[in-house]
Ligand binder design. Structure first.
Ligand SMILES: NC(=O)c1ccc[n+]([C@@H]2O[C@H](COP(=O)([O-])OP(=O)(O)OC[C@H]3O[C@@H](n4cnc5c(N)ncnc54)[C@H](OP(=O)(O)O)[C@@H]3O)[C@@H](O)[C@H]2O)c1
Length: 330
């Protein structure tokens, strides 16, 4: 099968076309004929070797967590899917196994869900990592409730685009940070307040909107974290969910000081074991119309290096998707 592979860690230039044997699904696994692969920040971080201290990789290696496509074959014990099913979900890149920048990819059955009705493969390929991170961070780790308020740091990206909609579907009030060019975009997704993060006095603007502070912060901007200001932004009894970029940026001192004020600072990773449940919850919300597709830019799989450069620059609106096969495949 044709795939974009890397032979070692490095810049985007290490991505090249390769020919690999078609994988065979083992027990509990599903072989998916990939139609679209989503591109995540984790893909370029993996490509650079930033996760190699924790994960054993083989080379040539196929990158790509996100996939949408058709079930080609199922392994022993898989009853939830059958060949021909339209699915979206996650590869096992996080375990050092080949990902979705390829014609075929193996996924664990628990990490796949049916394509939401009326969603295209490209739209569904935007969902797996970003959507489950948003859903897990807001619903599970964040415990956001009806009538509560949330600030999503990074509202225009992959996580933010889904997070805004998940929070609105829960009946919450939603504020986000984003650049000036993305204010209309995030409002279109349902944000009640859009704050230009370059405008200064973020905490003052949040408190003018939510006197006393917000019930939840979902921090999805990696290194530009709002953590230093957490105590000024979150209300007592509230939560600050940090979406980790490689490691937590929350110091023990800040976590302890927050606890004294009854503010809990925690990582979205506390809920990661329940990712299959997050995927199912998200799929149900999409099927019910509570979450609509984010902005999408599609590129051919052969342009994976250019897609990585765009994601690395950190200003993609919504998601970049790689077209792997003809969209009419299903
Ligand atoms: N640990 C995990 O499980 C996990 C899972 C998913 C993601 N992540 C991490 O979470 C972060 C976000 O992921 P993502 O997929 O949403 O990334 P993304 O789609 O690449 O995010 C791009 C967006 O970030 C916005 N942005 C950039 N700098 C900003 C700032 N200072 N303040 C507010 N917004 C800013 C940009 O908006 P403007 O163009 O308007 O600036 C752009 O729309 C990444 O660091 C990723 O690695 C971790």
């Amino acid at each position: 099968m044709r795939a974009m592979v890397i032979d070692g860690f490095g810049d985007a230039g290490v991505l090249r076309w390769g020919d690999l044997p078609q994988p065979v699904p083992g027990p509990g696994e599903v072989l998916v004929r990939v139609v679209c692969a989503g591109v995540n920040p984790a893909d370029w971080k993996t490509r650079e070797g930033k996760l190699s201290a924790y994960i054993d990789y083989h080379f040539p290696f196929v990158l790509g967590f996100d996939l949408a496509g058709l079930v080609e074959a199922v392994g022993e014990g898989v009853e939830a899917f059958q060949p021909g099913d339209r699915v979206f979900g996650m590869s096992r890149q996080g375990q050092g196994l080949d990902g979705s920048y390829a014609e075929y990819c193996i996924a664990g059955a628990a990490f796949l869900a049916p394509l939401p009705p009326r969603w295209s493969f490209a739209q569904a390929a935007a969902l797996p990592v970003a959507g489950t991170t948003a859903y897990g961070g807001i619903v599970d780790a964040g415990e956001l409730g009806v009538g509560q308020s949330v600030l999503i740091n990074g509202g225009a990206g992959g996580v933010g685009s889904i997070g805004i909609q998940v929070a609105k579907a829960l009946g919450a009030r939603v504020a986000v940070t984003c650049g000036a060019d993305n204010q209309a975009y995030v409002r279109g997704l349902g944000a009640d307040l859009a704050i230009d993060y370059r405008g200064g006095d973020l905490a003052g603007k949040v408190r003018a909107w939510a006197p006393g502070g917000v019930d939840l912060v979902l921090d999805a901007v990696g290194l530009d974290t709002l953590l230093p200001a957490a105590l000024d932004i979150v209300a007592p009894g509230g939560r600050y969910v940090e979406i980790e970029t490689l490691m937590s940026r929350a110091s023990d001192e800040l976590v302890a000081e927050a606890a004294k004020r009854d503010i809990r600072i925690l990582s979205n990773m506390v809920a990661v074991a329940r990712l299959p449940e997050h995927l199912k919850g998200l799929a149900a919300l999409c099927a019910a119309g509570g979450v609509k597709p984010p902005a999408i830019e599609a590129m051919p799989l052969g342009d994976a290096a250019e897609a990585h450069r765009r994601v690395e620059a950190q200003h993609v609106r919504g998601k970049i998707i790689l077209d792997v096969a003809d969209h009419d495949a299903g």
